[in-house]
Write a protein that binds this ligand. Structure first.
Ligand SMILES: [Zn+2]
Length: 213
């Protein structure tokens, strides 16, 4: 029996929000990565009528839908890969990005990177400490690094790395390469002239006008 009046979260329409196993370790990192799935609730009215409605739509879901719309448009227009991103500061979109790899011949032009660059230009800053990043898919290793260098506050993503892999964008290979020793990587990485290079860091430490970041 339903209560005559009340409020209940319907577990059938609201699966528990959980990070995929491959992200479990990232959940404890300083920048939280969160799957966006707006909660839905059912309201039981006094008349016995059941009305299902969404909670007041969280802003985060609105922003993610904007990012998804950008990515869809990017696919339909043939301008690039199926990815979009937004940078949000104080609940306002300050930068957008879509994948532009093939149209700009830039392998680094992932949606997240494009959005981070635009946001930094807009704020005239090399850090995005009070900004959130919304991206339509779990960031690849390159964007993951860029997110930390940009020091964004939070990351929200929609699709998972596994979803991207299904569409032909498999970055698990790169994560595997990171774990290998340099010479054993598919692209061999070889160390040379470390002693001579240390002069660069010494010069940096002594540079009185350096700007730390
Ligand atoms: Zn990326």
């Amino acid at each position: 029996m339903r209560p005559a009046c009340g409020l209940a979260v319907d577990s059938n329409i609201l699966p528990p929000i959980a990070l995929p196993a491959n992200l479990a370790s990232r959940a404890g990192t300083r920048i939280p990565f969160e799957l966006v799935k707006p909660p839905r609730i059912a309201i039981f009215l006094g008349c016995g009528k059941l009305e299902e409605m969404r909670e007041p739509v969280p802003k985060s879901a609105d922003f993610m839908r904007q990012a998804i719309a950008l990515a869809l448009e990017n696919v339909r227009s043939g301008n690039g890969g199926p990815f979009g991103a937004l940078i949000v500061q104080s609940e306002r979109v300050i930068a957008e990005g879509v994948n532009r790899v093939t149209t700009t011949n830039d392998p680094t032009a992932h949606a997240e990177i494009v959005a981070i660059r635009e946001a930094c230009r807009a704020l005239n800053s090399f850090q995005l400490t009070d900004c959130d990043l919304y991206c339509t898919c779990e960031p690849c290793p390159m964007c993951f690094g860029a997110i930390y260098w940009a020091r964004v506050s939070r990351v929200f993503y929609a699709g998972t790395a596994a979803d991207a892999a299904q569409a032909g964008f498999d970055d698990a290979f790169i994560y595997g390469q990171i774990r290998k020793a340099g010479p054993e990587r598919t692209i061999p990485m070889t160390q040379l002239l470390r002693d001579e290079s240390l002069a660069i860091f010494a010069a940096w430490k002594q540079q009185a006008s350096r700007k730390d970041y």
